[in-house]
Structures are given as structure tokens and as C-alpha cells.
Ligand binder design. Structure first.
Ligand SMILES: [Zn+2]
Length: 514
């Protein structure tokens, strides 16, 4: 058991590739991508197992509640990563699971069925809870413009595969059965493989963290984890298994589903930073224990979210839902923000960095995104010249260089603003651009802003366009007030607009706003 057989995932199961509109062939761009691998702690040149194809598995949500903004940031970041791989021309199979069953280990090392816990409170069945929150999750994906993964498999539809994975681990001697439950034997496993290879935890240190195992404990060692839990009389979901009625441990679903859809060895496994230990560590152990190898060449982890400088958490009262900030119904912020502004804001932080949600930064992002959207409208109307007076090719290359460097979206945005500056300079007659360069610049900005960052420029331009019509009307009414020397009304309009962040300037040619 030194290595896994490599199976091309198109042969693992027939799948339909998401039709992605690639306006230009980017085949020649493949080959420069560097990705930070959590497993080695360094950036590595990306070499897919199968040339031109990428198999990517990302841990999806556990649907016992609505995903909060921190969860959403993880999914948005992996959406950006998926989009860039597609733009580079890779045939990507993107699997993101939905956890609708399973016992999740809490910080005390105890396992509980979080979905059943909520279902009991609401006096409904487990799958009603899952369905309710899945509808909301799908709606959020649409609102935040996430591309659908190639497949979103659920744990409940893969119980058989999970049982088969557990049987293999038992056969290989890395698990034991106690009273109808099956546990992964971490100490036994550590004799052959390295438990802690991803998280850096040492089995000996884990032993020190061990609370005294009490008489009811079935586990031999604290770090052992449940692969299968014997049914409890209160359980809402129960399945038959060779060890009696019960339900799966949480970690085993990802092993069963990633193997089924991507094969025993694939390119990228991703998830939130909070999943690194124990979930991903245990996934690696399960794969090595059943198939003899770490499932993924590259492990990627997206970072967490802070709000006003504090870690986002329900207990601190600073958590909010992705829909609330769009609707303007969270008391944490004075106003609402469009999904594209929020996406743009989140793209300003690297996916491996923490980021802070606060009003000042969000308002600045809103202004920045409007500037970008305006420049993208303006680029369509620029006058061209014989020759360009600045290096358009270098500018476009800088977009790829940023993303090739471990999907560095904040650097990409900085480079896009360099383009915005040039577009405005051409418009002001300070710089010149040739027709061919203009075409390339416009197409590349569209590709990176819309296809890679997933931003909707139309909605921003629409909002600006509508505002502009409204402002024309407001300024006309104010002008009528001024003409009839109704200073009270005129000042009231000006002050009201100032309170809304709109400045009115009066000059001999009339009034203007910004
Ligand atoms: Zn997982």
C-alpha cells in the first residue's frame, strides 16, 4: 500500500462539464500556476495528474443552519479558484458535497448529530431541516453569482459507499468494532503512516491533550474517531450495516464521495481553515487506511472572517447572514450592499488571509467597484490612435501573473486599477491606445472582472444609470426652487443629499453632483 492507482476521473463516472463561455483559447496560459499547498507549507508549481484536467473536491456545508458570511467567503473563494482554472482552459471536475447526515465531533472529542439536534428542537424530521437550508444555500449561490459545481453529492445518497470504505479500513487493520460502532485506530495507523501530516499535530501531543477516557468510552485512544456509530433509540436517521443499525461518522462521507467521483488520487482538496483538523487530517487517514494514499496532491484552506476587528462568532453577537447584508437587515451595518460589491470587497483580501468586515472598508469597496464598472463602460467608447503610448500587453500579462501566483485576487484588483487609470488617461487625451490594444484590454478586463472575479458589472452600471436619472430630476426640482428663491427647499434638498453621501456643487453653469 505505497500509492494509489491513478484513475482518470472521467472514467470514474460519466459527468457533464459545466458549459463555460471561453471567449478566447487560453491553452497557452496553462503551466504557470503556483498554488500554496497546506500539506507542504509552500507554493508549488501546479502539475495536474492528467494533463489539461483538474479534479477538485471542496467540503460543502452541513445544512443544520443557514451558512453564515464566513462560510460563504470560503465558497466564494473556491468559486474564484474554479473560475480561474476554467479560464486557463482546464477541464475541471469540481465536486462539493452537502452534509445531510453524520455525527460531527465537537471540541471535546464527542460526536453528535447536529442536524437531528435542530430537527428535534423544531419538531420536524432531519431531512426537512436539510431541505430548508439547502433551498437557502442554493439561493445564496445564485445571489452571490457562484458557478454550480460539476456535482453536489449528499452523504445520505452515499451510505453504501461509506460502508464499503469502512470495510476496507477494517480489512487493513486500521479500525476496530466495539458494541456496534466502528472507530479508526489512530495508534495502529501511526505505525505505518503519519497521523498529523497535514495539521502538524503529533500523536504523542494528542495523548497529552487526552482527557481521562471514562468507563463509557468505547474508544481506545482519545484521537480515535468514529467511522460508524451504533444507532441510539432517539436517532432520526438510521441505516443498516454489517455492524448493526447506525449512522456514519462525519469524516467518512468525504472519503467515500471524493473517491467515487474523482478516484483515489486527485489534484486539489479544499475547505475552510477550520476543517484542517480534525476533518481533513482524518480524511487523509481514512484514505491511506483504505486505499493506501493521501487522496489529494494539493490541500487548500481558505481563511476566516472578522467583523469590526473581532473573530466572527454567534456568541459574540457579531455574526450575520449573507442575505441580511444584501437586504440591509443586519444592525451591524448602516446600509445594504449589493452582492457584487460584497464579492469585490472579499476579493480584496487573499483567500489565505483573514479579512475584516467593517462599514468604512465596505463603503470604500463600493466606491472602488463603481470606479471599475465606470471604466469598463468607458473603455467601449474610447477613441483609438495609430499607436499606444503605454504597454497594454504588459498590463494584461500582469492580470495573469497575479492569479498565477496562488490566485492572488487583491494583486489582480490592484493591476485592474492600473488599467482603470490608463483608460481614464486615454479618455482625457493624456495617453493613446491603438484599436488592437483597445480590443485586447477591453476583452481581458471583461474576462478577469466578470469571468474570474465573478462580478456583475451590468448591475453596478444599472444602479449608476438609475441614480443618474433620479439625480437629474432632483437637481431640476432644486433649480426650480432656487429660481423662485425658495432657499428653504433648495437647502433641504442639498442637506438631504449630503446626508446620503451625495455632494451638490453649484456653479454659474448649473448644479452638478458627485
Ligand atoms: Zn469534508
Amino acid at each position: 500500500m505505497t500509492g494509489c492507482p491513478v484513475v482518470h476521473f472521467s472514467k470514474v463516472v460519466l459527468f457533464i462539464t459545466f458549459a463555460f463561455d471561453q471567449s478566447q483559447s487560453m491553452q497557452n496560459r496553462i503551466g504557470n500556476l503556483q498554488i500554496y499547498n497546506s500539506l507542504t507549507g509552500q507554493k508549488e508549481k501546479f502539475e495536474p495528474i492528467h494533463q489539461g484536467s483538474v479534479g477538485m473536491y471542496v467540503c460543502g456545508p452541513t445544512l443544520y443552519s443557514e451558512p453564515h458570511m464566513g462560510n460563504m467567503r470560503t465558497f466564494i473563494n473556491f468559486d474564484m479558484i474554479y473560475r480561474y482554472l476554467l479560464v486557463l482552459g482546464y477541464n475541471v471536475k469540481y465536486v462539493r458535497n452537502i452534509t445531510d447526515a453524520g455525527h460531527i465531533t465537537n471540541s471535546l472529542g464527542e460526536t453528535e448529530d447536529a442536524i437531528a439536534k435542530v430537527a428535534r428542537l423544531e419538531q420536524v424530521q432531519s431531512l426537512e431541516i436539510v431541505y430548508k437550508y439547502n433551498v437557502k444555500f442554493q439561493e445564496l449561490q445564485r445571489i452571490y453569482n457562484l458557478l454550480p459545481p460539476s456535482i453536489e453529492p449528499t452523504a445520505t445518497a452515499h451510505i453504501q459507499e461509506q460502508i464499503e470504505s469502512i470495510e476496507k479500513i477494517l480489512e487493513n487493520g486500521f479500525a476496530y468494532v466495539v458494541n456496534g460502532s466502528v472507530y479508526f485506530d489512530v495508534k495502529k495507523y501511526s505505525e505505518k503512516f503519519e497521523y498529523g501530516i497535514l495539521s502538524g499535530r503529533k500523536v504523542d501531543e494528542l495523548a497529552e491533550e487526552t482527557r481521562a477516557l471514562n468507563a463509557q468510552d468505547e474508544k481506545r485512544f482519545f484521537a480515535d474517531f468514529a467511522l460508524w456509530k451504533k444507532a441510539h433509540p432517539d436517532d432520526m436517521q438510521i441505516w443498516r450495516s454489517p455492524w448493526g443499525d447506525g449512522n456514519p461518522g462525519w469524516h467518512i462521507e468525504c472519503t467515500a464521495m471524493s473517491t467515487k467521483y474523482l478516484g483515489p488520487k486527485f489534484d486539489i482538496h479544499g475547505g475552510g481553515m477550520d476543517l484542517k483538523f480534525p476533518h481533513h487530517e482524518d480524511e487523509i487517514a481514512q484514505n491511506c487506511g483504505s486505499l493506501g494514499c493521501n487522496p489529494a496532491n494539493i490541500w487548500m484552506h481558505a481563511n476566516m472572517l472578522n467583523v469590526n476587528g473581532q473573530k466572527m462568532s454567534k456568541s459574540l453577537g457579531n455574526s450575520f447572514l449573507p442575505k441580511e447584508i444584501v437586504d440591509g437587515t443586519t444592525s451591524l451595518f448602516d446600509k445594504s450592499y449589493s452582492p457584487s460589491v460584497l464579492r469585490f470587497f472579499m476579493m480584496q483580501a487573499h483567500y489565505r488571509s483573514t479579512m475584516d468586515f467593517n462599514s468604512d472598508a465596505l463603503n470604500a469597496a463600493e466606491k472602488g467597484f463603481t470606479r471599475l464598472a465606470d471604466a469598463m463602460s468607458l473603455v467601449q467608447q474610447l477613441k483609438t490612435a495609430e499607436r499606444s503610448t503605454f504597454g497594454v500587453q504588459d498590463l494584461v500579462a500582469s492580470f495573469y501573473e497575479a492569479m498565477d501566483d496562488d490566485f492572488n485576487a487583491p494583486i489582480l484588483i490592484a493591476n485592474l486599477f492600473e488599467a482603470v487609470k490608463r483608460i481614464n488617461q486615454v479618455n482625457d487625451g493624456v495617453e493613446q491606445i491603438s484599436a488592437a490594444d483597445l480590443n485586447e484590454l477591453a476583452a481581458s478586463m471583461q474576462l478577469f472582472v466578470v469571468d474570474v472575479l465573478g462580478l456583475s458589472i451590468e448591475s453596478q452600471s444599472d444602479a449608476n444609470g438609475r441614480l443618474s436619472h433620479v439625480m437629474d430630476l432632483v437637481l431640476e426640482l432644486r433649480q426650480q426652487a432656487r429660481t423662485s428663491k425658495d432657499w428653504t427647499t433648495s437647502d433641504k434638498i442639498r442637506d438631504g443629499l449630503a446626508a446620503a453621501g451625495i455632494t451638490v456643487k453649484d456653479s454659474k453653469d448649473g448644479s452638478s453632483w458627485s
